[in-house]
Design a protein around this ligand. Structure first.
Ligand SMILES: [Zn+2]
Length: 492
């Protein structure tokens, strides 16, 4: 199936035509590893994960997916400078070498990040590479030199800057994100990695070392400029080295559009003499928490660990974070995750029923042909996903089919076909298990409450029976009454 995506370059939804037949290359701006990523960051990475999975499953493509680890930026450098007051306490004392400090700091948070995305169902096997900026300094120096040679870069005060005015004479600046050039401050230089659209000016390609910061050498026109690359040039250089330019899809959060992506694109066009860095530029919207912006002062700044410590199921968290359309803001609440979990479990129960029906302990997708109603369901879900990853519609298609699937009336072949369809959908969503339901052992105290309730019911003490049923539920079990007895099952 052809997959369409909203492209920030054309400001429209367009079909993706891969540059290499049968294969899609995707570059995703990854985390800056100076602290623990919060769930707002995670939504952006989950959007990229869904995109690459839709390309594999719905598009049928092989996918080359690269996500970088930003271990060089204003924050990681400032924190690892010797004597820095913002060095994280959890790492113990600094050593007398800022480069070693940088490595210690960024490896610590990289590990945490990799652990968090794994828990959220983003699988390591899907990445072609997760490059660290510190391993690609050569290409960053190389590109900076090319930009200078082409007449779009200049040295000032030990740093190298991109000359936006010179670039605008031959190229358009503001293709990804509309930049009001009335605010353009010609000849003004900005050193910060992140700046707002009112500060459009010459941006930094290579930053002069300050104080005790870690640094690399870089010789330009015979002069050594000890320093380090700017954030934007890292992604230009790494995407070129790992995917080749142009590639198919570049992803990030909406906050990456300007200046990060705009500057990335300008650098590639200026230094590598190409017309496009990527055919598509796609951006995931922000996550809000409790209807507003996440902030440390409001105490609603959650990490994956925070959510697990509050007892949420990680699959429900993933389901809740991917359930909205990626181009719409999503409001995250704890109640919302619990509600998402109740919805998610309905499909899980269907999978368990289908396994029982087919006498299978587990199911793994195979090449069986799918026909009739199962095929119709598959096509409606895949069509929604192929149209700019319309997850809300895909889920609506899936759940509206649920009441029509009568397990008792299915033969084994039809039941297997439904398993196959759900397996395929789960290769995108990754929130369900395809192994038979295993009931936990009933704890003794729960068994005692159950028999007390059965007695209360037989004596028509309804209020007591209801209270005891609630007590059973609060212990994680459901009591199902039959004519001559009852069963206890864990709350799914
Ligand atoms: Zn980037």
């Amino acid at each position: 199936m052809i997959v369409s995506l909203y492209n920030a370059l054309s400001k429209s939804v367009q079909p993706v035509k891969p540059l290499t037949e049968g294969e899609i290359s995707i570059y995703s701006c990854g985390p800056t590893v100076y602290n623990t990523a919060h769930i707002g960051n995670m939504r952006s990475f989950l959007f990229a994960d869904i995109l690459q999975r839709v390309m594999r499953v719905v598009g049928g493509y092989g996918v080359r997916w690269v996500m970088n680890i930003t271990d060089i930026d204003d924050k990681t450098i400032a924190d690892s400078a010797m004597g820095s007051s913002s060095w994280p306490k959890e790492l113990g004392a600094q050593v007398d070498d800022s480069m070693v400090n940088l490595r210690r700091l960024t490896e610590y948070y990289s590990e945490m990040f990799l652990n968090d995305i794994a828990r959220l169902g983003i699988e390591r096997k899907h990445f072609l590479a997760m490059p660290r900026a510190t391993d690609y300094i050569d290409e960053m120096r190389n590109l900076t030199q090319k930009i200078i040679d082409a007449g779009y870069g200049y040295v000032s005060g030990g740093s190298v800057y991109f000359n936006v005015a010179a670039y605008r004479k031959t190229h358009t600046y503001g293709r990804i994100f509309h930049v009001d050039m009335e605010n353009f401050r010609e000849g003004v230089r900005i050193d910060a990695d992140e700046y707002d659209r009112d500060s459009v000016s010459d941006f930094v390609l290579w930053k002069a070392r300050k104080g005790n910061e870690p640094f690399w050498d870089f010789t330009v026109a015979g002069e050594n400029l000890p320093g380090r690359p700017g954030w934007h040039i890292e992604c230009s250089a790494m995407s070129k080295q790992l995917l080749g330019l142009p590639f198919d899809v570049h992803t990030g959060g909406v906050d990456n559009r300007f200046p990060h992506h705009e500057d990335e694109l300008a650098q590639c066009c200026a230094g590598y003499h190409i017309v496009e860095q990527a055919t598509f530029w796609c951006h995931g919207e922000f996550l809000e928490v409790d209807g507003g912006k996440m902030s440390k002062s409001l105490n609603n700044f959650y990490t994956v660990t925070d959510l697990l410590e509050r007892g949420l199921d990680i699959r429900d968290v993933r389901f809740s974070l991917i359930s909205g359309h990626y181009r719409n803001k999503l409001n995250f609440t704890f109640d919302g995750v619990v509600a998402a979990g109740k919805t998610r479990i309905r499909i899980q129960q269907l999978i368990w029923q289908l396994l029982k029906k087919t006498n299978l302990k587990s199911y793994i997708g195979s090449d069986i042909s799918v026909l009739g109603e199962p095929l119709f369901l598959q096509q409606s879900v895949y069509t929604a996903l192929a149209e700019d990853l319309h997850m809300p519609r895909a889920l609506a298609e899936l759940f509206s089919a649920l009441p029509k699937i009568m397990i008792a009336e299915l033969d084994i072949s039809q039941a297997t076909q439904y398993l196959e369809v759900l397996w395929g959908v789960n290769c995108v969503l990754n929130v369900w298990e395809f192994t038979e339901q295993i009931f936990a052992e009933i704890p003794e105290h729960v068994a005692k409450i159950a028999s007390a309730r059965w007695l209360a019911k037989s004596e028509k003490r309804w209020a007591d029976a209801d209270a005891l049923r609630d007590e059973i539920a609060s212990n994680g079990f459901v009591m199902k009454d039959g004519k001559d007895g009852y069963t206890l099952e864990p709350v799914p």
